[in-house]
Design a protein around this ligand. Structure first.
Ligand SMILES: C[S@@+](CC[C@H](N)C(=O)[O-])C[C@H]1O[C@@H](n2cnc3c(N)ncnc32)[C@H](O)[C@@H]1O
Length: 273
């Protein structure tokens, strides 16, 4: 089920994020019928609702358009970002196929003729990997600790599941607003076949800032400086496969990588604890 669970303001930042400064964030409503919804979200997120003009005093705006939630900077550049699985690159990626041959699919161990694994995605983000894996049949439990990113994710899955060809989303995607370290401390039921991590990395020159989604997300949540600790916790669990997605040349988050899969810009480190 795509649901709202947990309380807002779960984000725990690591002190190691020295250069990152929490952005000033506000909600903007562009929908004449959206006032109640936006005020309710403002209450949940403990953020102000402002007019477009007042938005100039904030770093990032979470905008309700009447159709979707989107995150944008006050200058409008980079352009608005939302979780989008029907149109754009995600929709194309799914329709164009490549399916189980894609690196992320191979990383979680999808094999032709074998049941698709149950995957616990500890770092939901904009849900692109989770959506792709779900579209290939994986049962996904997706965690996201930042309440604003969680809202974008929830909204993306909601819109996508309105498409008849994507009506499997509620069955395969179980989304939670949760801190993954706390989640892993609880008894996992059912126990997943795979744990998946794709932490946010500090920007490294222009190459890491190519995608506008990542620029804005990075601005919102900073870099996940506690990801090595998260991986250590995952590796202690009785889960046969742990996958970490990293920039191609990044240092592994933990020693003892069993296999790696390399793409053009990313690498998947696989651990078989
Ligand atoms: C790089 S993004 C993930 C992108 C995602 N794989 C996708 O395909 O869109 C990392 C996300 O993980 C979240 N995150 C990082 N550490 C987390 C933790 N310990 N618990 C829950 N969420 C976490 C961050 O808030 C951020 O939104």
């Amino acid at each position: 089920m795509v649901g709202f669970t947990g309380a807002p303001a779960l984000t725990q930042k690591s002190p190691a994020q020295s250069t990152w400064k929490a952005p000033r964030l506000a909600l903007v409503n562009l929908d004449p019928k959206g006032q109640v919804l936006v005020e309710q979200k403002a209450l949940e997120l403990q953020l102000p609702v402002v007019s477009n003009q007042e938005g100039q005093d904030f770093d990032l705006l979470l905008v309700w358009t009447g159709e979707r939630w989107q995150l944008q900077s006050r200058s409008g550049s980079p352009g608005p970002v939302s979780a989008e699985y029907v149109q754009g690159p995600q929709g194309y990626r799914r329709r164009a196929g490549g399916g189980r041959g894609q690196a992320v699919a191979r990383a979680v161990g999808l094999k032709p003729g074998r049941p698709s694994p149950a995957v616990l995605d500890l770092t939901g983000g904009l849900g692109r990997d989770a959506f792709l894996l779900a579209s290939l049949g994986c049962r996904m439990t997706v965690l996201e600790r930042d309440p604003v990113v969680h809202l974008l994710l929830q909204d993306g899955f909601r819109r996508a599941s309105e498409q008849p060809e994507l009506d499997w989303i509620p069955e395969r995607v179980d989304l939670h607003l949760a801190e993954a370290k706390a989640w892993l401390a609880e008894a996992l039921s059912p126990v997943p076949d795979v744990v998946y991590l794709d932490p946010m990395h500090p920007p490294r020159g222009k190459s890491a800032l190519v995608k506008k989604e990542m620029q804005l997300l990075q601005r919102l949540v900073g870099s996940d400086a506690d990801s090595a600790e998260l991986l250590q916790r995952a590796l202690r669990l009785p889960i046969p496969r742990v996958v970490v997605k990293l920039p191609l040349r990044a240092t592994p988050l933990a020693q003892g990588v069993d296999t790696e899969l390399r793409g053009k810009t990313t690498r998947f480190d696989l651990y078989f604890p």
